[in-house]
Design a protein around this ligand. Structure first.
Ligand code: ATP
Length: 281
């Protein structure tokens, strides 16, 4: 079945809307329960769009359009879309919420091996996107959801784009996460898989810093000068040196100098296995 056929079945009457989970860019996000055609009850998150003009609606639904083509255990799962007003994007619900908040709440209960596991899982999702020539452009702990204490899912495809080989996406929007961005993204709005690798490095830094903001001591406008004079985020106390040495490679000034996600996945997997062995001793 094509992706559109796969999502045909969803109907508003099969959804019971619950409480507000938070405020998204386009409107409120609610939790709810969806009853599938086979009678299964699924906990869902429902994204709504408060401005129903045609162009806003199109932007809102573009995230769901991208997600329709994705199927990965570490990527937020789309359940369906309701394309008539009021438009809804319905996703699987992850009750533990955003990884950033979860890290703050659980900081004294998380082992180094678990933190590395989160890195491995996010990397696996990104290696999958790399294979599809898709750039995410907003990799940060605020955009990762916690499905269970041992499983995280990459979400928020609102800024994602497909790119052709050798091509890049030239961004025009102004809501850009400067402190997570690679130098070429800040300077020329150039976004590629290599700039996603840089951002993933910053996301790992956030994980081992228990969700501190990267460069919180700088203004957005100061970041590029610092990066160009060779300054990088320091090693968080909890970050193993083996992981930090990968981060410094993700933060090579030249995009070509950075590893790929498939390489990072192998390296992180090895580090994770070693850490598990050590923790079991
Ligand atoms: P922004 O672009 O500002 O990040 P957004 O439109 O992408 O906003 P989200 O940040 O994804 O919206 O969602 C808003 C709130 O809803 C967040 O607090 C997020 O944790 C929560 N949320 C979104 N999707 C889910 C989900 N599948 N499961 C649990 N919570 C979710």
């Amino acid at each position: 079945a094509t992706s559109t056929e796969k999502y045909e079945g969803i109907c508003r009457h099969d959804i019971v809307v619950g409480n507000i989970l938070g405020e998204g860019f386009f409107g409120e996000v609610h939790d709810g329960i969806y009853t599938s055609p086979t009678g299964d009850k699924i906990c869902v998150a429902i994204k709504t769009c408060k401005d129903c003009s045609a162009d806003v609606k199109e932007k809102f639904l573009s995230e769901a359009d991208l997600m329709k083509n994705l199927d990965h255990p570490n990527i937020v799962r789309l359940i369906g879309v309701i394309e008539v007003d009021p438009v809804w994007i319905v996703m699987e619900l992850y009750e533990h919420g955003e990884l950033g908040n979860y890290l703050v709440k659980q900081q004294y209960n998380l082992t180094t091996a678990t933190l590395i596991l989160y890195c491995v899982q996010i990397c696996k999702a990104l290696a999958y996107l790399e294979g599809l020539n898709m750039v995410h452009r907003d990799i940060a702990v605020r955009n990762v959801l916690v499905a269970s204490p041992k499983c995280v899912k990459l979400g928020d495809f609102g800024l994602s784009r497909y790119i052709d080989e050798q091509e890049y996406y030239k961004a025009s929007v102004s809501r850009l996460p400067i402190k997570w961005m690679a130098p070429e993204s800040i300077n020329f709005r150039r976004f590629t898989t290599a700039s996603d690798v840089w951002m993933f490095g910053v996301c790992i830094w956030e994980i081992f810093s228990m969700a501190q903001q990267p460069f919180f001591w700088l203004e957005n406008g100061q970041v590029i000068n610092q990066l160009e004079s060779g300054v990088r985020l320091h090693k968080p106390q909890l970050c193993p040196p083996t992981i930090y040495s990968l981060l410094t490679r993700c933060w090579a000034y030249e995009p070509h100098g950075r590893p790929s996600f498939s390489q990072l996945f192998c390296l992180l997997g090895d580090i994770h296995r070693m850490e598990l062995e050590q923790e079991q001793c």
